[in-house]
Design a protein around this ligand. Structure first.
Ligand code: ZN
Length: 271
């Protein structure tokens, strides 16, 4: 079994690679790439939340308690309706995850249980997708996939460590096949994991539909217009009721409502 140190080293390297690649090759903002890289690094620690007690679990829960509310900050501003309420909620969430989470994990998990599984990886990615509010769907996918990559690096490393090289012939340790798996031995943990996975998948599908940026909707409408031939000057003047009104150039990024909220509370940014 790979140790805590190996996991954070490997997922940290994956995070640097992921952040750099998505920024340079896919054109994401460098700050967004850096956040995604950090999420990859943290994702690589998550499966070991089921390792009972000890320093790693305390460190991971403390990190989650601090980073979790930050990741969901736009969502919190939305839900609570103000910056002060967001600060208070952030503090309460820290305490709940830090202390409540440790207690829950201690009571209900077994090491190498369903935390070390592919459905758990999808659950972690979907939670980030839902928590990270952004007007751009691609940014939410970037963050979700980052956690998924880190999580998978952990499972892969655990499996890799279960192959013991005895001279020239590899021998599988007892732990082989307990990290990268779809199902665990008990019915209860499987049912809870897959129930949660189905619920989150439904939520993700619902959210993704509503998140299509306006210009994508316009692109879907445009070809229809081209098929019916050029419009007469009269038709051109009539706005299409089905098409959402957009202002500014078509390639303009969707506005971030949280920034508007900050501006309403603290006044416009000095120029
Ligand atoms: Zn592990």
């Amino acid at each position: 079994m790979a140790g805590y140190r190996e996991h954070i080293t490997v997922s940290g390297l994956c995070g640097v690679g992921y952040g750099t690649a998505t920024t340079l090759l896919l054109g994401f903002d460098p700050v967004q790439g850096a956040i995604a890289g950090c999420l990859t690094w943290i994702g690589g620690m998550l499966p070991d939340l089921d390792a009972r007690g000890g320093r790693p679990v305390r460190e991971i829960t403390a990190l989650l308690a601090a980073v979790g509310p930050m990741i969901a900050i736009r969502r919190l501003v939305d839900v609570t309706g103000g910056i002060d309420a967001t600060i208070l909620t952030g503090i309460l969430l820290y305490a709940a995850i830090r202390y409540g989470g440790t207690w829950l994990l201690d009571k209900f998990t077994v090491h190498r249980g369903m935390f070390h599984s592919l459905p758990a990886m999808l659950i972690a990615a979907q939670i980030v997708f839902l928590a990270y509010k952004s007007p751009e769907l691609s940014v939410r996918l970037l963050m979700a996939a980052g956690v998924g990559v880190g999580f998978f690096s952990h499972l892969l490393l655990d499996e890799f460590y279960s192959v013991q090289w005895n001279g020239i012939r590899p021998r599988l340790a007892k732990s082989a096949g307990t990290a990268i798996k779809f199902f665990g031995p008990g019915f209860g943990p499987n049912a809870i994991t897959y129930g949660l996975l189905m619920f989150l998948s439904y939520a993700v599908v619902m959210k993704s539909d509503r998140l299509l940026p306006p210009r994508m909707i316009v692109e879907q409408v445009e070809p229809l217009e081209q098929q019916t031939g050029p419009a007469t000057p009269d038709q051109k003047a009539t706005p299409n009721p089905k098409r959402p009104a957009i202002s500014g150039p078509a390639n303009q990024r969707p506005r971030d409502e949280t920034l508007d909220r900050f501006a309403a509370e603290f006044g416009p940014a000095p120029l």
